[in-house]
Design a protein around this ligand. Sequence first.
Ligand code: GDP
Ligand code: MG
Length: 84
Amino acid sequence: MVLVIGVNGVGKTTSVGKLAGQLKDMNKKVLLAAADTFRAAATPQLTEWANRAGVDIISQQEGSDPAAVIYDASAQPNPETATF
Ligand SMILES: Nc1nc2c(ncn2[C@@H]2O[C@H](COP(=O)(O)OP(=O)(O)O)[C@@H](O)[C@H]2O)c(=O)[nH]1
Ligand SMILES: [Mg+2]
């Protein structure tokens, strides 16, 4: 599991998108968890990166509990999918 934390605008989402693509190229099974439920459009932005990289993403609606998103993602059946 990779947890990405940082202040607004430092490039977290971009870096996560790039990492997801690289890990996918390494034949890793990647699952993104969109736990920034606070900032407007954060989830659609990460979803676009997931689509570009061709990896799965778990998200909930804006304003939901970030911990619930992480819980959902960590509860996925295949432990190899646990890359955030
Ligand atoms: N020059 C440059 N810009 C970047 C880089 N990574 C992200 N950005 C830009 O910085 C802005 C914020 O990036 P974002 O990934 O949304 O940041 P987040 O708020 O931490 O998720 C966007 O306009 C990105 O295109 C980088 O490595 N170099
Ligand atoms: Mg972001």
